[in-house]
Design a protein around this ligand. Structure first.
Ligand SMILES: C[S@@+](CC[C@H](N)C(=O)[O-])C[C@H]1O[C@@H](n2cnc3c(N)ncnc32)[C@H](O)[C@@H]1O
Length: 281
């Protein structure tokens, strides 16, 4: 507990007991094929891990990892899996094709609008989005699960924030991503959060900021040192936590807004552009 295991993800997970973890968040290696710069967008190189497997082996490995996570997470628990649509020689590779083969119930596909991304070639429109899959482990086979509190459910299925800019890890996600996922699911309850590809420890830092215990796994000693350093200095990120928490507040109920003749949905009648069209806020 509150440690980062330096090992291969699958081997480390296989040594973990059943149903002990509350939830997890991760971004695995994307199998970007390292040396084939250009057919995807950006070349990511990890210091220890190899990100270059035959695609079928990669997908089979991800299914095994996800099923081990399913086993270790408690009934009613969730896992947020960040990935993206890739192309290999014109063929679209969609994360759903392996996620649908795992034990998990796919609860939602969230679009992460990064606003920008490295772009090398123009075969397609500039891809600035990634996906975050909310995976769920049902209790008594009830796939629908429990409701989110309104203050979390009012956030939309499009998450808009920029990629991480300052972190020296080659592929970090921004702290807002795990903060939002963990806070929405755990609210004020405390539990154990896992990141099986912890990298620079962004998920674990989010867990620490929100008062949870954590377990991390990564194969790189250097990234683990980076992660421990960030977790030890977690107070430095308090402002990012506060900015995220501010978004999870419901100021007036739907009934109050109706009484005051205010907007019920995500469009405000006051906010119209010069063509009279409602502006999304
Ligand atoms: C996309 S990065 C995760 C970055 C992390 N979300 C962050 O914000 O820093 C993937 C991580 O998985 C690690 N990794 C790749 N293959 C692994 C394996 N087989 N076992 C353990 N770790 C692995 C890499 O070292 C890398 O740090």
């Amino acid at each position: 507990m509150n440690k980062i295991i330096c090992n291969d993800t699958l081997s480390a997970l296989q040594n973990m007991p059943d149903e002990t973890v509350d939830m997890g968040v991760t971004s695995p290696p994307y199998n970007k094929q390292e040396n084939k710069k250009g057919w995807l967008v950006k070349n990511v190189k990890y210091d220890t891990a190899c990100d270059k497997l035959p695609e079928n082996d990669y997908q089979a490995q991800q299914i095994q990892v996800l099923n081990e996570l399913y086993r270790t997470i408690k009934l009613g628990g969730s896992f947020f899996y960040n990935h993206k649509i890739r192309w290999e020689r014109g063929e679209l590779l969609h994360p759903m094709s392996w996620l649908s083969q795992t034990d998990w119930t796919i609860r939602q596909e969230i679009v992460w609008d990064r606003g920008l991304a490295a772009n090398i070639r123009g075969w397609r429109f500039w891809q600035v989005e990634e996906r975050i899959y909310w995976l769920y482990k049902p209790i008594d086979k009830k796939k629908i699960g429990t409701e989110l509190l309104s203050k979390h459910a009012k956030l939309t299925s499009v998450w808009r924030f920029m990629p991480e800019g300052k972190n020296p890890h080659p592929a970090p996600f921004p702290l807002t991503l795990p903060l939002r996922a963990i806070y929405a699911i755990m609210d004020d309850n405390k539990g154990i959060i896992i990141d099986p590809y912890a990298g620079s420890g962004t998920t674990l830092l989010a867990a620490k900021l929100l008062g949870h215990d954590y377990i991390g796994i990564d194969i790189s000693k250097e990234y683990i040192n980076m992660a421990n350093e960030r977790i030890n200095n977690y107070q430095n990120e308090q402002n990012i936590l506060e900015r995220e928490i501010e978004k999870h507040i419901v100021k007036t109920s739907s009934a109050d807004r109706k009484k005051q003749n205010k907007s019920q949905g995500r469009f405000s009648p006051q906010n119209k552009n010069k063509h009279g069209q409602a502006i999304l806020f």
